[in-house]
Every structure is written in C-alpha cells, then in structure tokens.
Write a protein that binds this ligand. Sequence first.
Ligand code: ZN
Length: 275
Amino acid sequence: MTESLVLYEVVDERIGVVTLNRPDKANAQTPELLDRLHDVLMGAAADPGVRVIVLQANGKHFSAGHDISGAGDKRAADDLPSDWSVGGLAALYEWENRRYLGYTRAWRDIRKPTIAAVHGQCIAGGLMLCWPMDLIVAADNAKFSDPVVRLGIGGVEYHGHTWEVGPRQAKEWLFTASVFTAEQARQLGMVNHVVPLDELRPFTMELAGRIAQMHPFALAQAKRAVNQTMDIQGFYAATQAVFDIHHTGHGHALAVNDYPILTDLDQMKRDQPGM
Ligand code: ZN
C-alpha cells in the first residue's frame, strides 16, 4: 500500500523516474508518502547506474501540499523518545525537522542532477517537492501558491521563496496568498521551461537524456558549485532560521486554541471548489 504512493522505474538505463501516485488526493503528502518518497529518492541517489532523477506526478495535480488529517499526535509519538511528553510544539518541531526540513535538504544535496516536472496545482508543501530539484519543467497549466499566511504561518517549512522569486515577489506572494502561473514562474526564474501539458513528460525525458550523457562527476561538481555558492550566500543558514520562524506560527496556533488549523488540501478545496 505504502509503496504504491510513490512509483519508481529506471528508464533508458540511466534516468530514475520517481512518480507521486496519490492522484485521488491531488498527491497531498501523508507521512507515509513522504517517507516512501525519501526512500526512493535516496535509493536513486545511491544507484551508480542512475545519472539523472526525474520527479513527476500522476493525476491532475503535482501536489496539494501536506495532508496530516487524521495523523494528530500519532505522528509525533512515532518519532519521539517514549519518555518525552507527546504533543506540544517540541513534538511538532522534531517531526517537521525530520520530514520537512531534513528530507528536503537531503534531496537538494543529492549528488546528481534532479528535474521536477510540474503540472496542475503545486500548493504550499508541494513547493517543498519541486524546489529542492535542480531544474523545474512546468506544464502550461501549472500554478504555484503558498497560502499558509491565511493559516497564521509565515510560509512552508522549507523557505525557498526568497531565493526562488526574489524578496519583493516573495513578500507579495506570501502577503496576498496569490498564485504564480507557469509563465510567471518562468519569468521570475523559478521555472526553467514551460511546455504544453501533453509535452511535459517527453520534454522532461529528453532534457534528462541530454544531461545523462555528461560525465557524472562533472555533473556532481557543477551542481555543487551552484549549491555551495548559495550556501555561502546564506541559503543553508536561512532555511534553518526560517524553519524556526515557521514554528513561531505553529506555537501561536497551539497557544490560541480556537485558531483555524486546516490542512493545505482543505484550504485548496475551500479556495477552489470543484477541484
Ligand atoms: Zn509546519
């Protein structure tokens, strides 16, 4: 059951294709989906036969973000020492530190090129799946949004916003909970290419195939050059700092009992009835 949430195959003997496979829930991320995705991506990263990794999604949408409905304190209880009190901000912090910040950082630092192929909605936590990839190809129907300011939180746990679209656009995007179309995202530098929806997979595979012809060590070093430059500019420290800022939002929500906590999927349905 868990394995079917994320599919994996090696294509053309060199390209590891990872497919989110929870289409009936717009690929909203349960803990099981994230754990499986992490295992698959790390497995592809460790496979010397795989030179490029593609992350794509089945269904109408790339990802509607986190889906923690029904998880409650169980998700914390599963991950904390038994002598810790379960619940509260500490438990949530530890859980998110592992699965959200920890996983995304590990994906970003995979020592081979990664490409996200995004179509449909990519909402809030969905950004944590495509941003850590090196390149993003978007279908012309792709829409990117992070509406979590509405929930009293300053943004998702992996703060790529400022780096991906620049500080002013990041602020307005968050302040207004607005949406970037694929073309807007491309103009801002967040997306490499925009292609018609039915060309998304063949275009992405052709791009991956071209990259796979390069020397793996040179690819790893080219990636490291860019990522290391960003880290020297402060990316790594900033993502850690903003993760903690994010948790002041969670702390506030916990302190004010009647605060409206919705999952991203709930929010999406409320914003866009009929999806
Ligand atoms: Zn959070």
